[in-house]
Design a protein. Structure first.
Length: 95
């Protein structure tokens, strides 16, 4: 790129962040569907659980359960645009 072409690049006239969030977020929503099928949300709605309790109650290995929880937390964060520290889904996870 030379100086002439660098000077002609203009800033976009529209904000595409919402569209970007939707398109890039679609890749993680399969995990939300899996969590729904496993009945993770009713389990967490009944009472807060540690990672080990989620593993025991849903009969999951630790690593997949942790990945599932992380994706669900960030999906909730991006859908509401709240800071993770104050998001009700996270509880005290990031405190």
């Amino acid at each position: 790129m030379n100086e002439h072409t660098a000077g002609t690049i203009r800033r976009p006239r529209t904000d595409t962040r919402l569209l970007d969030d939707i398109l890039f977020g679609l890749s993680g929503y399969w995990a939300v569907l899996v969590a729904h099928d496993l009945k993770l949300f009713p389990l967490l709605a009944a009472n807060p659980c540690t990672l080990q309790e989620v593993c025991d109650r849903l009969q999951l290995a630790r690593r997949p359960a942790e990945a599932l929880l992380i994706v669900c937390v960030f999906a909730a964060h991006t859908s509401t645009r709240r800071p993770l520290r104050t998001h009700p889904t996270c509880g005290g996870l990031f405190a």
